[in-house]
Design a protein around this ligand. Structure first.
Ligand code: HAM
Length: 415
């Protein structure tokens, strides 16, 4: 028997209402903040990701699904959604329309990670990108949007972590002192951190190993090395979040796993913390569009993991409405009744009434049991008498009450 590949999951009918709940709330949030939907391909040129996420990151070095197609093109399954949106922004001349351009997406994301609860090799993200505006009001608006999204979903006890990792001009100084600090600590660091020390020094700050965590606590903080502009920007973002009544914790160890970030970075966490628990995260990426061949263009965005949202909705027992089951089940007795039932089912569906139809051949009792299992509101029974009278016997499944009504009144009664 085949199984779904390790780290992937089927989303079965009994879970679909969670996914529809997330999608409708996400689209509502997109509408409220003036975002438009964009969909990009599942695969892109691998270089797009290597360039934007960064050569030294875990995603690029260990996690990308890279393959050559029949023509020898080097492609990658999308390991994140920001770079493709920026590629689309540039490719379709969106730099020439009124800025900022605000886009949202739902995307399947592929990362070859070690699977565990809430961590998959294929997962889905809802993400938003606002491109072409540098003002800190936009940072606050984007964070507000992420925050309100989780609230709108009904999640409780979430926390927001915030940091600034500076820009091209002030980050080198921080990296230099950080490298010096960690070089003195190198003997105690884990193997991963030892290799990260040269290529991806910032990531040492969010290592989860005990010694490294301890070292990270005492490490030089990016916020102490911000240039005047980055410092002012960070202060403004914090002030605006206060005005918006969004509680946050400044976390000096929050650096994120992708190289394109500048200045503001943030993550939203559920109350039950685990190593891989962030419900969503994002930040500014003011150099990315330029890195991909565009003019210097500031931008900010975030993405949320939909599986982790489902996990937390279940954990918190948030009420999520079920997708309604079909309204009517048609039970029929005999071959002639079956033909009438077929036509009736088709007529009703054309009038937008959802109908299940028995394939016939079973006893009435068995057919009504089926109707009960399918959780329909009503069953319409068609037997010899009903055929003679151009009628159906309509049974209300919850109460068991039955009445005989003319066939042509059925749609009106159910509609
Ligand atoms: P990210 O933090 O790598 O950011 O992913 C965003 C969210 O996707 C995470 O907070 C988490 O909820 C979920 N996620 C990540 N990896 C997995 C996984 N293996 N299994 C299940 N869920 C996962 C980004 O991807 C950035 N592109 C976000 C962004 C948008 N930054 C700016 N704009």
């Amino acid at each position: 028997m085949y199984k779904s590949p390790r780290g992937t999951a089927d989303i079965l009918p009994e879970d679909q209402h969670y996914w529809r709940h997330i999608e409708t709330r996400a689209m509502e949030i997109g509408r409220l903040y003036g975002y438009q939907r964009v969909d990009t391909p599942v695969f892109e040129e691998a270089g797009l990701f290597t360039r934007s996420i960064g050569e030294g990151t875990d995603i690029v070095t260990k996690e990308m699904y890279v393959f050559k197609d029949q023509s020898g093109n080097n492609l990658a399954l999308r390991p994140e959604g920001t770079a493709p949106v920026c590629r689309a922004y540039l490719e379709h001349g969106m730099a020439n329309i009124t800025q900022p351009v605000k886009l949202y997406y739902f995307a399947a994301i592929f990362r070859y990670e070690r699977p565990q609860a809430g961590r998959y090799r294929q997962h889905y993200q809802f993400g938003c990108e606002a491109i072409g505006e540098a003002a800190p009001t936009l940072d606050a608006e984007v964070i507000d949007m992420a925050w309100r999204f989780f609230i709108l979903l009904g999640l409780k006890g979430i926390t927001l972590q915030l940091n600034s990792i500076g820009c091209k001009s002030c980050r080198p100084k921080h990296l230099e002192v950080l490298r010096r600090y960690y070089t003195a600590e190198v003997s105690g660091l884990c193997a991963d951190c030892k290799t990260r020390l040269e290529k991806n020094t910032l990531r040492l700050l969010d290592c989860k190993k005990p010694f490294c965590q301890d070292a990270a606590e005492k490490a030089p903080k990016s916020s102490d090395y911000l240039c005047q502009e980055c410092g002012d920007h960070f202060e403004s973002v914090k002030k605006y979040l206060d005005i918006l009544n969004i509680p946050f914790q400044v976390n000096h160890r929050l650096v994120r796993g992708l190289d394109y970030y500048t200045r503001t970075v943030f993550e939203v966490h559920p109350p039950e913390e685990a190593a891989q628990s962030a419900l969503g995260g994002g930040g500014r990426y003011d150099n990315l569009i330029e890195q991909l061949g565009g003019k210097p263009t500031p931008a900010i965005g975030f993405a949320t993991g939909m599986e982790r949202i489902v996990l937390n909705l279940k954990r918190q027992e948030v009420f999520v409405p079920e997708i309604p089951s079909p309204k009517l089940f048609i039970a029929c007795l005999g071959d002639e009744a079956k033909l009438i039932a077929m036509r009736l089912a088709s007529d009703l569906r054309q009038q937008h009434i959802s109908v299940l139809m028995s394939s016939g051949g079973k006893s009435l009792k068995a057919q009504l049991r089926q109707a009960n299992d399918f959780a329909v509101d009503y069953a319409a029974i068609i037997g010899e008498d009903e055929i003679k009278n151009h009628a159906v016997t309509l049974r209300h499944m919850a109460t068991g009450e039955q009445q005989t009504i003319p066939v042509d009144k059925l749609a009106q009664l159910l509609g």
